[in-house]
Design a protein around this ligand. Structure first.
Ligand code: MTE
Ligand code: MO
Length: 225
């Protein structure tokens, strides 16, 4: 891991004394701050796409590799999910409204081999994040196309992003390009760089190394909608 990695910087930050309204207490994971705004966080530049050339590629332990055009995905049945989201940099946003394809429904279009128990999400810009398949089977896991009833903005992942509300939000990859099924778990980008492999916000699984409950307010200085 790099010497002054993001995980190291987060570990060094001071713990603010945050008051949580009692009626929301059980929805806010330890060490999180609620925001009404929508922070924009990612590595690299917002990608631009030629949608006639865009596709979502499914590969790895599937009987048959498949590529889905945007049109094909648009034609699939949609589900709406209302959920709370939690970023490892300490912000949580409650009651976010997403629309898209339920991952579980999408899976029915694929022939995943029985050994394909782990998933790597491939996204721009060379972003990867890993999730066990089991964690993608819930009724709130989306390949999302809309936020608040409108198409995703480019900064929030248009045309397609994953939404995995029960994990820190870095697992909710924006600008998805590929879904790989694997027999063994493999670490994604942040998972290789000091962050927890599982990333359950309620267990405060922020870092792989020492689990120091120290907040970060880095996101406050970032872009918002
Ligand atoms: N492709 C890609 N997806 C990504 C990231 C990224 O750097 N690249 N950052 C993750 C992180 S750390 C967070 S908190 C959320 C932020 O999503 P938002 O910008 O829509 O709030 O995207 C996640 N998905
Ligand atoms: Mo994040």
């Amino acid at each position: 891991m790099a010497k002054d990695s993001k995980a190291d910087r987060i570990k060094r930050m001071q713990i603010p004394n945050v008051e949580i309204p009692p009626e929301l207490a059980d929805r806010i994971p330890p060490g999180q701050v609620v925001t009404d705004r929508f922070p924009i966080l990612h590595e690299g530049e917002v990608p631009q796409y030629d949608m006639t050339a865009w596709s979502l590629r499914v590969f790895g332990l599937v009987k048959e590799e498949k590529s889905f055009s945007y049109e094909q995905l648009m034609a699939l049945p949609r589900t709406q999910v209302v959920c709370d989201i939690h970023c490892v940099t300490r912000w949580s946003k409650l009651d976010t409204v997403w629309g898209g394809i339920l991952f579980r429904d999408f899976l029915r279009l694929l022939d995943v081999q029985p050994e394909g128990k782990y998933v790597m999400i491939h996204a721009d810009n060379d972003y990867e994040t890993n999730v066990p398949l089991e964690d993608l089977m819930g009724d709130d896991i989306l390949l999302a196309m809309t936020f608040d009833g409108k198409p995703l903005t480019q900064k929030h992942g248009w045309p397609l992003r994953l939404v995995v509300p029960h994990r820190y939000f870095w697992k909710s990859a924006k600008w998805i390009q590929g879904i790989e099924f694997m027999a063994e778990d493999r670490e994604g980008f942040w998972e290789r760089n000091g962050f927890h492999n599982v990333a359950d916000p309620f267990e405060e699984q922020r870092f792989s190394g020492e689990a120091i409950p120290i907040p970060e307010d880095e996101w406050v200085r970032k872009d918002f909608d």
